[in-house]
Write a protein that binds this ligand. Structure first.
Ligand SMILES: [Zn+2]
Length: 308
C-alpha cells in the first residue's frame, strides 16, 4: 500500500490499523493503541487458525495451527506431544488429534521446542487434561515453572507470560526420551532461549530410515542483545554452538517449531496434489540453517561494530 500524501508516521500507522478512527479523538485512539499494541504484535492470525492435521511419516503427525507447529508421535504405549502452543491452543490441538482418529487422553509425554508462550503456553492445561509427564531442557525449566517470568528477555513483559507449569523430568543436552519403542534425542541449541531444544528421531517409511529434525528456533528476536547481555552473557556463544549442532545433524525430514521454517503450508498443498515424500527436504534444511546463521552473524557484526 502506498500513500499519496504521507502523513506523519504515527498517524499513518494508526490510520492503517484503525481506519474507522479517522478524524475522531486522537487521545482516545492512542489510549486504545497503547492497550492493544503489545497483544496485537504478539498474536499472528496464523497462530490460531486451524490447519488440517496430517501424517508426516510413519507414526509422526502434524496437529498444530497454520503456523504454530505441534507434533504427535503415536506409540502402542501412548502418545508423545511436542509443543502445547498458546494457552488457548489446547482445543485446536485436541480436535486435530481426534480428527486423525487418536485420543487426546492417550497423551503420555509432553515435550517443547523452547520456553516461549507460543510453544509452551498450553502445557499446564495439557498436563491437567491428560496427565502427561512434562520433560523440559534444564535451562528452560525456570522459565517454564515461573510462567515466563525467568525469561532473560521478556521476563518483565506480562503479554509474554503464560500459566506456570511443573516439570516432571529435567533434560540435559543429548538425553533421550523413550516411549513404546520410539526414541527421541534432545539437542540443546540455545540462544533463542537458554534451553532451546532441537528434537531428532528416526522414522521408517517404505523400508527406508529417515532422519527427522524438529528445529527448536535459530532466530535472533528483535531487541536481543548479542553483545554485553548482562542477563545472558553467553548468548552469542550459545547461538554459535547451536549452529554447529544444527549443521552436524543428518536430516531427511525437515520440521520446526513454526510451520513457516519448513514451508509447511506449501508442502501440505503439494501432498494434497498427490506428490509423495514432500517432507523429505535435506536441501531445504541446509539452506534454512545457512540463512539463519547468516542472519545471526550479520546481527552480531552490527552489534559488535565500534561507534554504532
Ligand atoms: Zn520463541
Amino acid at each position: 500500500m502506498t500513500l499519496r500524501n504521507p502523513a506523519p508516521l504515527a498517524k499513518t500507522n494508526a490510520q492503517l490499523a484503525f481506519p474507522f478512527f479517522q478524524g475522531r479523538s486522537t487521545a482516545l485512539l492512542f489510549a486504545l493503541l497503547l492497550t492493544l499494541a503489545p497483544r496485537m504484535m504478539a498474536l499472528e492470525p496464523s497462530w490460531t487458525k486451524p490447519f488440517p492435521p496430517h501424517r508426516i511419516a510413519g507414526n509422526l503427525y502434524y496437529v498444530g495451527s497454520e503456523d504454530l507447529a505441534s507434533y504427535l508421535i503415536v506409540t502402542p504405549k501412548g502418545n508423545i506431544l511436542i509443543n502445547s502452543n498458546l494457552a488457548s491452543s489446547t482445543p485446536l490441538i485436541r480436535k486435530s488429534i481426534e480428527a486423525l482418529g487418536f485420543k487426546f487422553s492417550d497423551t503420555r509425554m509432553l515435550l517443547i521446542s523452547h520456553a516461549h508462550y507460543d510453544h509452551c503456553g498450553g502445557s499446564a492445561r495439557v498436563k491437567r487434561l491428560t496427565g502427561a509427564r512434562y520433560y523440559v531442557m534444564d535451562a528452560d525449566v525456570p522459565v517454564v515453572e515461573s510462567g515466563g517470568k525467568a525469561d532473560f528477555q521478556y521476563g518483565a513483559d506480562p503479554t509474554m507470560q503464560f500459566p506456570s507449569t511443573k516439570v516432571d523430568r529435567v533434560l540435559h543436552d543429548g538425553d533421550t526420551v523413550q516411549l513404546g519403542g520410539v526414541v527421541l534425542t534432545a539437542h540443546k541449541t540455545a540462544g533463542h532461549t537458554r534451553g532451546t531444544t532441537t528434537w531428532t528421531m528416526d522414522e521408517v517409511e517404505g523400508g527406508r530410515t529417515l532422519h527427522v529434525v524438529i528445529v527448536g528456533s535459530p532466530n535472533v528476536n528483535p531487541g536481543y542483545k548479542l553483545v554485553g547481555n548482562k542477563a545472558y552473557p553467553q548468548i552469542a556463544a550459545d547461538y554459535k554452538h547451536g549452529f554447529q549442532v544444527l549443521k552436524s545433524l543428518p536430516c531427511d525430514i525437515f520440521l520446526g517449531a513454526h510451520g513457516s521454517y519448513y514451508n509447511m503450508v506449501q508442502k501440505y498443498a503439494r501432498m494434497k496434489n498427490g506428490e509423495r515424500g514432500v517432507f523429505i527436504d535435506p536441501e531445504g534444511y541446509e539452506s534454512y540453517i545457512a540463512d539463519r546463521e547468516q542472519a545471526f552473524e550479520t546481527e552480531l557484526a552490527r552489534q559488535s561494530a565500534p561507534n554504532r
